[in-house]
Every structure is written in C-alpha cells, then in structure tokens.
Design a protein around this ligand. Structure first.
Ligand SMILES: [Zn+2]
Length: 320
C-alpha cells in the first residue's frame, strides 16, 4: 500500500507539473526568440476551457484585435502582494534600492494614464479600474533553494498564505520576485516573466514570477542602464519594472487565463511585447517613455481595447 501510494503521489506531482506548464502565460524574451515551451496558451491543451458564452454585458467591448473568452477580470483597486525571494541584501541590483524602486513603481502605476489602458478590458459585470495598491510585501531568503521550478514557487507562496505572512486573497495579484542568483526553469531562455493561477490555501490565487533581469540583460532588458539605475547597480530594477507592468496587466485582464487574449493566444501585453514607442533621454543617458510617481521609466506599451486596437503609452494616446 505504501509503495502504491508513493507511486500515485509521484504521478500526481507529474500531472500537476504538466498542468502548471500548460496553464501559464509568459512574457517572451526580448527578441521574441521563443524556445520550446513558450507556446503556453490557455486554449488547445484541453485544460483551460473557455466559457462558450460571448460578451453579453454593456461592459464588454470587442472588435479591437483581442477576444473576450468569457472569464472574469480583476475589478476595483487590485491588491498587490510581493514575495521578494532570494538575496535582496546583496550586490548590484539585488538590494533594498531595487525594493524601494519597485514599490514606488507600483504606486506610480496606479491610476496612471498608462495603467488606464487596462480599463478598456471588462467582463459581464464591469471593467478593470486601472487602480492597484501594494498591500504587503515579505522576504523569503530562499526556502526553496536557488534552483526554482513552478512547483517550488507554488510551495513558497503557499507557505506565506498558510502561515499568515500574506493574506489569502483571490482578488489580488501576487508577485514573486527573485534575485539574480536564483534560476527558474525557462527564465531568461524562454521568458522574462509569466503569470498563472492555481488553488492555494483554498483560494484561486493569481501569481506572477519575475526574476531579476540582470541575470540576462541581453534577453530581458531593453537597455543595461535604465533611467533609475545607479552607478554599478545594473538595470535590474528598471528592467523588472517593465516585466512587472507586462505581467500585472495580463494578470488583471486575464487572471484565470480565460478572459482576454487573441486568436494566437496573445494577451494584451504580449501584443506589445518590448515595444516602447517614442522615448526621451534621461540625465544619465538612459531612454524613458513614462513618468510615474515622479520617476522616469522605460515601460513597454499595452494593447488598448478600443478605437480598433493598438499599442499606446497612455489611454487614448497615439498608437505606435
Ligand atoms: Zn505576457
């Protein structure tokens, strides 16, 4: 009996890993050189079933190059929770400076013209608001080691929920941000970040993985020195901010991977992946295209679901 059970557990774990691999949406690396495994679309694998019902409320607008697949979006002010994983008291960009910059960035995103692009997405009961708030962040110095895979990230997030380190909130987005000494299968080779959802501590938890992109500047950073990079720090914080914008837009407009994506499986931010539009030059020579919360940032555009659809830097702005 024991060995039977052990075999069953092993099989179950394998199935869970398979499901996890199929049920996440990833930001491709910069050159769009998708490797195997990048085709992680929610349709066609038999696991994520899009609701057959089409748009039926006033809130849902279609016909702009991206399709509504029947699932919910996250509405109201979206709570953000962060798990800083690994060594964030280290060198380069693995420091408290990055923590502070990302915290500031999330505050700056909320209700910005840029984030309001996401308010063009809705479900049958309402639209995305464009507001978010950082509710709580915790540090995990490495409970799952430095070689991560999805199941280990799940375990680390689950531990925070069950211990009460973070609240269990199905309406929030959990950002799992790892320091550059931490590897994650597929990170830097197939994707710069991804988001997914799964049942953790009894709730449908939406989470995203974003690694410190100083691990692979050529694949996941548009420039090695960003507008907020300090001497010797690398562009990690600036590059992570770009990936965080991408993944939060998707986690909010397609939280259960059954709401908004096009016929190729691309979610809104995927359709503008590493496309920035016009830029300006910061005092340190870096390019930027957004000023949020009093700081300059280089952030990819998002797909606006109105006016025929297109990538823009602010709601109602020019398409590039
Ligand atoms: Zn994406």
């Amino acid at each position: 009996m024991k060995s039977l059970f052990a075999n069953f557990s092993h099989l179950l774990a394998f199935v869970v890993v398979l499901l996890a691999a199929n049920l996440l949406m990833a930001q491709k690396v910069r050159e769009n050189s998708a490797g195997p495994g990048e085709k992680m679309v929610p349709t066609g694998d038999g696991h994520a079933v899009a609701a057959p019902a089409g748009p039926k409320g006033q809130a849902v607008v279609t016909g702009n190059g991206i399709n509504y697949n029947g699932g919910p979006v996250l509405k109201n002010t979206v709570p953000i929770y962060i798990i800083w994983y690994g060594n964030w008291s280290g060198t380069g960009s693995n420091t408290q400076t990055t923590v502070n910059l990302i915290d500031s960035f999330i505050g700056g995103l909320s209700n910005s013209g840029y984030e309001k692009i996401n308010s063009t997405y809705g479900d049958t009961t309402g639209n995305v608001s464009g507001a978010m708030t950082l509710v709580k962040q915790v540090f995990d110095t490495g409970s799952q080691g430095t070689k991560l895979r999805n199941s280990k990230i799940s375990a680390a997030i689950s531990a925070q929920l069950t211990s009460g380190g973070l609240p269990t909130d199905p309406n929030g987005v959990y950002l799992f941000l790892s320091s550059s000494n931490v590897s994650e299968s597929g990170f830097c080779t197939q994707f710069c970040g991804f988001h997914t959802h799964q049942t953790l501590n009894g709730a449908d938890i939406k989470w995203a993985f974003i690694g410190n992109v100083d691990r692979c500047p050529s694949g996941c950073e548009i420039q090695t020195t960003g507008p907020n990079s300090t001497a010797g720090s690398g562009g990690g914080a600036d590059g992570m901010a770009n990936v965080i914008a991408h993944e939060t837009e998707e986690a909010i407009s397609d939280p259960d991977l059954n709401a908004w994506f096009d016929s190729s499986g691309n979610e809104n931010a995927d359709k503008c992946n590493f496309r920035f539009g016009p830029t300006q030059t910061a005092s340190n020579g870096a390019q930027f295209n957004q000023t949020l919360g009093g700081k300059d940032w280089m952030i990819q555009m998002n797909w606006e679901n109105s006016r025929g659809g297109g990538c823009d830097q602010t709601l109602g702005g020019a398409f590039f």
